[in-house]
Design a binder for this molecule. Sequence first.
Ligand code: NI
Length: 136
Amino acid sequence: MKVTVSRKAHFNAAHRLYRKDWSMEKNDEVFGKCNNPNYHGHNYELIASVTGEIDQETGFVIDVKVLKDIIKTEVEDAFDHKNLNLDVTEFKDLNPTAENIAVVVYNKIKAKLKPSLDLEVTLYETPRNFVLYSGK
Ligand code: NI
């Protein structure tokens, strides 16, 4: 019997989507307003969902306090009020699209979980645009 435990979190961060090896015209064509050289911000909403067996002693799949602390350290402290392109090493050579942010967040949280637990990350870049990554 597997149960999923979810925790929501929030961070705001700035980014710019572009490729250094493309011309400004091509970047504009592909990334539109997100190629603004002066960056722009988003209010990111994160849902981290952890699935596993219920521990018979505690009744928990994961202590939600533990999940909360992992998200705080790995995501909020690392990304909140940061410029993703300039301040976050993972995006030094990786375009900080919602897709890539979700993968980075997944990898950071997954590394802190017991290997038996599955993780799914949902990342909202805007209230209407969101991506999902579950390690596949
Ligand atoms: Ni953007």
